[in-house]
Design a protein around this ligand. Structure first.
Ligand code: MN
Ligand code: MN
Length: 345
């Protein structure tokens, strides 16, 4: 099982491979530590999360990743090799894209744990939007965000009504296409929020910021009104009932058939990582005992109602997306936390 990885061309793999290797060696030195062992040996821990449901070629960012899955299962149960030549999803880019080199400096608390895709102001496909209410990385060629991150605490919630003012985000550079609410009309998808409206209710201005179209992605109704919403409610319960502060990173990857005159590409997978704090999050507060939840689920119309069934590890989200999550966290702690399989009850 672990041997499959060694047959891949390692030169093409980005930094997460090193993370996984570190996590594996850490595992070997910690096997006597009861609370860590069971979660690290999940049978598919080295594969992208889609194998827990049913992968198709649209779920992968590279041929290398599809090949990893094809090689791991007898008889191609995910139908990745239609022409049966032993090569999976041959139309995908060969390898997971390297992260941009750009380093974007910001004191924004919504970016405190890192910039997962190294987004900045140079690449319009990895364009950082830095707001008081949240931070997100936008992809112009997809017409949707890559990821967003935001702090959720009692400071951010109040009694402001849902503003419902979906509108183009004027912040994108002049001359670039601005997605409009009309691009979703008759598409069959909901206008799904990444940063939820109900996470920003302290003021009209804060709530309105969540209705900018850069924070919206085509989401199936079954997902938006099902386990995804249940998990959003679970997160708010943590702040209302236990006075926690959350650092949330949510994102999308993969592709389905385009909508809105081909300007918007619906993602096939949606993920979220929530790091749970007792007070305002700082990287120094992240330790081996930090609690978190990691989910990766299909953007499909057939879903398990329980969000708990979509739990995974951060390592597997990094594998599937090519991003580096929690990059500001101490490397040893980061590697250990990322290798854990999320298992919130
Ligand atoms: Mn929603
Ligand atoms: Mn990481």
């Amino acid at each position: 099982m672990g041997g499959t990885l060694q047959h891949q061309n390692l030169a093409h793999w980005p930094r997460w491979i090193n993370h996984s290797a570190r996590a594996a060696s850490l595992f070997l030195t910690l096997t006597s530590c009861n609370n860590l062992t069971s979660d690290l040996v999940a049978p598919n821990a080295h594969l992208p999360p889609c194998v827990e449901q049913n992968c198709d070629c649209g779920d992968f960012v590279s041929q290398d990743l599809a090949q990893l899955v094809l090689d791991d299962f007898q008889g191609d149960p995910h139908n990745l090799d239609g022409d049966q030549n032993g090569r999976a999803c041959e139309r995908l880019p060969q390898s997971t894209p390297e992260l941009d080199w750009e380093t974007y400096f910001s004191n924004n608390p919504h970016l405190a744990l890192g910039n997962p895709s190294h987004a900045g102001q140079e690449n319009i496909d990895n364009y950082l939007i830095d707001r008081e209410q949240y931070v997100l990385a936008y992809s112009q060629s997809r017409g949707v965000l890559r990821w967003a991150s935001w702090v959720l605490s009692r400071d951010w919630v109040g009694d402001t009504d849902r503003q419902n003012n979906f509108r183009p985000d004027g912040i994108l550079p002049r001359g670039t296409y601005q997605v409009t609410p009309g691009d979703y009309t008759n598409s069959g998808y909901d206008r799904g929020h990444m940063v939820p409206s109900a996470d920003r209710t302290a003021s009209k201005q804060d709530n309105s910021a969540t209705f900018l179209m850069t924070n919206i992605f085509p989401q199936t109704a079954e997902n938006n009104r099902g386990p995804w919403r249940e998990f959003e409610n679970y997160c708010r319960d943590l702040i209302y009932q236990q006075d926690k502060t959350l650092y949330i990173i949510g994102g999308v990857y993969g592709q389905k058939l385009p909508i809105g005159k081909d300007k918007v590409i619906p993602p096939s997978r949606i993920w979220k990582v929530v790091v749970i704090f007792d007070q305002s999050p700082t990287v120094e507060d992240v330790s081996y005992s930090t609690q978190m939840v990691a989910l990766d689920m299909p953007n499909s119309d057939r879903l398990d109602e329980k969000w708990q069934s979509y739990q995974t590890s951060i390592d597997r989200i990094e594998l599937a997306t090519g991003y580096d999550l929690l990059s500001e966290v101490d490397e040893t702690i980061q590697a250990e936390l990322e290798s854990r399989h999320s298992n919130a009850p």
